[in-house]
Write a protein that binds this ligand. Structure first.
Ligand SMILES: *Cc1c(COP(=O)(O)O)cnc(C)c1O
Length: 387
């Protein structure tokens, strides 16, 4: 993985340096590099509360402040932390889509995001406010056509997810953002599969960037967390009010653990992307395996756009075996692949997506997340499990 372009953020540091140092407080003798988690509900706060940096645990927390500062350096805009990727997503949908307007989103975006928009909001909250939810395919220019078709319907927000999870379709963020801005819409990108190291939605023209830090951002399979990065500070104010008022707040322990994990993001992703490419190439050459998807394969439908807007192609590879049974046999034979949902972590894992329902995938569709095991061991294990 080459380094990301830092010039846009006025930093001369490369990605690897940035993640190691991001958000750390100034050097002070006798203090740790990263102060430990701060557990507090009320703080000592005499007199005028505006003169006290921290007053009450639902409003702010020093452990959030440090990690949000780190994320802001990586994302190129102010950041707000949320207790999960879905809490971050919901905060954006609830505050950026006014009554009577239209929300355009990918029909294959993250399952729960679609449920929020189509059942939670569209079915009750959104419908009551006259909000129109339009879903269109990510691949093949579907979102651009949806924007054009609904240009006069008051589109308030274009939601993107690229690469999509689990199908790994990719769309052109810069082109879609230009079109959306032309018709007065904001653009939000779910950047979970890429992370800010591989793809910079704000620099590509998006107004908001949503990430589940549960996945590759933190990578150790031990916490649930999310964040939103924004270009315009007034959107940060709106989201902060939402968080403070609804009380949808992250824990200080999670914020601290995430910050600690961030320092290895670059080495983790560099290795995971390299191994994922090897795994994708291996799978593409296996007779039992069909429809391998990896944006880094030159034959993949996502390759051209991914190459234009991503620094590397990520750690997720998807493919199909002939049946659910074949996938079960594969898991039973593999010693290294954990059968688990989620992705981006240091342990290689995979799952048969159709076991959940909700995604339009075949019974034999597998999403695999390539971890940090030695790639030779991994390839040998896959070969044995597929044999
Ligand atoms: C996991 C995921 C989410 C939701 O994140 P949580 O932290 O589980 O709430 C949203 N979008 C994508 C693309 C995801 O993979």
């Amino acid at each position: 993985m080459s380094t990301r372009d830092d010039a846009a953020h006025g930093s001369t540091w490369h990605g690897a340096t940035q993640v190691v140092r991001a958000g750390l407080p100034p050097k002070a003798a006798g203090t740790p590099y990263l102060p430990g988690p701060v557990f507090a509900a009320p703080y000592h706060a005499p007199g005028d509360p505006s003169l006290t940096p921290y007053t009450y645990g639902r409003f702010h927390n020093p452990s959030w402040t440090h990690y949000e500062a780190a994320l802001s350096e990586l994302e190129g805009g102010p950041c707000l932390l949320f207790p999960s990727g879905m809490a971050a997503t919901t905060a954006v949908l609830a505050t950026m889509v006014p009554p009577g307007s239209t929300l355009v989103m990918p029909q294959e975006s993250y399952y729960t995001t679609r449920v929020i928009a189509s059942q939670q909001f569209d079915g009750a909250w959104f419908a009551a406010q006259g909000i129109n939810v339009v879903m269109a395919p990510t691949a093949g220019g579907g979102l651009l056509r949806a924007l054009e078709e609904h240009a006069t319907r008051g589109v308030s927000l274009l939601w993107l997810e690229t690469p999509t999870n689990p199908g790994l379709d990719v769309c052109d963020i810069a082109a879609l953002a230009a079109k959306a801005h032309d018709i007065g819409a904001l653009v939000a990108v779910d950047n979970t599969t890429a992370t800010p190291l591989l793809q910079q939605p704000l620099a590509l023209g998006a107004d908001l960037c949503v990430v589940s830090d549960t996945k590759a951002m933190t990578g150790h399979a031990d916490l649930v967390l999310g964040h939103v990065a924004v270009r315009d500070p007034k959107h940060a104010d709106t989201l902060r009010l939402w968080r403070t008022r609804t009380g949808v707040i992250p824990g200080p322990m999670e914020a601290w653990l995430a910050h600690r994990s961030l320092g290895t993001l670059h080495v983790r992703l560099t290795q995971q992307c390299r191994s994922a490419m090897a795994v994708a190439e291996f799978l593409a050459g296996c007779d039992q395996v069909r429809h391998v998807r990896y944006p880094g394969l030159p034959t993949d439908a996502s390759y051209a756009i991914a190459s234009k807007q991503m620094a590397a192609y990520g750690c997720v590879v998807s493919f199909e075996l002939e049946s659910a049974k074949a996938v079960e046999r594969f898991f039973a034979q593999s010693q290294l692949v954990y059968e688990a949902t989620s992705f981006g972590g240091l342990h290689t894992s995979a799952e048969r997506r159709a076991r959940w329902g909700g995604d339009v995938v075949s019974e034999g569709f597998v999403r695999m997340s390539v971890g940090l095991e030695d790639v030779h061991d991994l390839l040998a294990d896959l070969a044995a499990a597929l044999a």
